[in-house]
Design a binder for this molecule. Structure first.
Ligand SMILES: Nc1ncnc2c1ncn2[C@@H]1O[C@H](COP(=O)(O)OP(=O)(O)OP(=O)(O)O)[C@@H](O)[C@H]1O
Ligand SMILES: [Mg+2]
Length: 229
């Protein structure tokens, strides 16, 4: 599902954020990415959905797309297969909950009837069917994150990538979001999640990839957090 071999990312200011990542993630896995601030977690994630281009690498494949070769005009096809969730939700403030989620289907030209059915289905899954007409500013942080997850999965991606999805949420709300991600994973979606949350990682065990200084230093099934940050 996700295959990387010796992937390197140098930013234009000469910072080498990722110095040779080699990793294989299979369909249906749930993977945490942990590591100190500045270790390269977000860069690793951005390489997976082509927010950043690799500087070099022997292989970088995600959901059947070769990201070392992909043309800019083909990036929208990649984005159908890879949903993304951020710490700060990134919802469109002037669109309602319904419109925020529907927009992801409109931009890829889905039929209005299909859009209505699918948007209501995912809003039901995230428990926000009753908030369709509300604007993001009228929602709690946890509710906004649910909308952003609904938007990320509305086109049934093979992979859901989340960069610190609970970073702005209180502990209780964070657990609700984690349960939701586990449900999405149970339906077969691969999940890759960068996090600083030791309690979550140590309680809800999944494969753990630890990055330090741009390199994978641990890769363990059900691994513990083990950082003091
Ligand atoms: N756009 C950029 N231009 C230049 N350097 C960058 C850029 N983005 C990140 N970096 C640098 O690359 C390194 C890795 O950053 P990255 O954001 O991947 O770390 P991170 O593990 O996600 O950190 P955090 O836990 O704080 O989110 C850092 O040294 C950072 O300063
Ligand atoms: Mg980061």
């Amino acid at each position: 599902m996700i295959e990387m071999q010796d992937v390197v990312k140098k930013y234009p200011n000469k910072t080498t954020a990722v110095r040779g990542l080699t990793v294989n993630i299979d369909q249906g896995e749930f993977v945490y990415v942990v590591g100190p601030s500045g270790s390269g977690k977000s860069t690793f994630i951005k390489l997976m959905y082509r927010e950043e281009k690799a500087t070099s690498g022997k292989k970088l494949e995600v959901a059947g797309h070769n990201l070392l070769k992909i043309k800019n005009r083909d990036v929208p096809y990649l984005r159908r297969d890879v949903g993304v969730v951020f710490q700060d939700f990134k919802l469109l403030p002037r669109k309602t909950v319904y419109e925020n989620v529907a927009y992801a289907m409109q931009v890829i030209g889905r039929k209005p009837r299909d859009i209505k059915k699918r948007v209501m289905e995912v809003l039901d899954l995230v428990g926000l069917k009753h908030k369709v007409r509300v604007f993001p500013g009228e929602l709690s942080g946890g509710e906004q994150q649910r909308v952003s997850i609904a938007r990320a999965i509305v086109n049934t991606p093979k992979v859901l990538i989340a960069d610190e999805p609970t970073g702005n949420l209180d502990p209780e709300t964070s657990w609700d979001i984690m349960k939701l991600l586990e449900r999405i994973n149970a339906q077969g979606t691969t999940i890759v999640m960068a996090t600083h949350n030791k309690t979550i990682v140590d309680t809800m065990r999944h494969r753990l990839i630890a990055i330090e200084n741009g390199l994978i230093v641990r890769d363990e099934a059900g691994g513990e957090y083990e950082f003091d940050d």
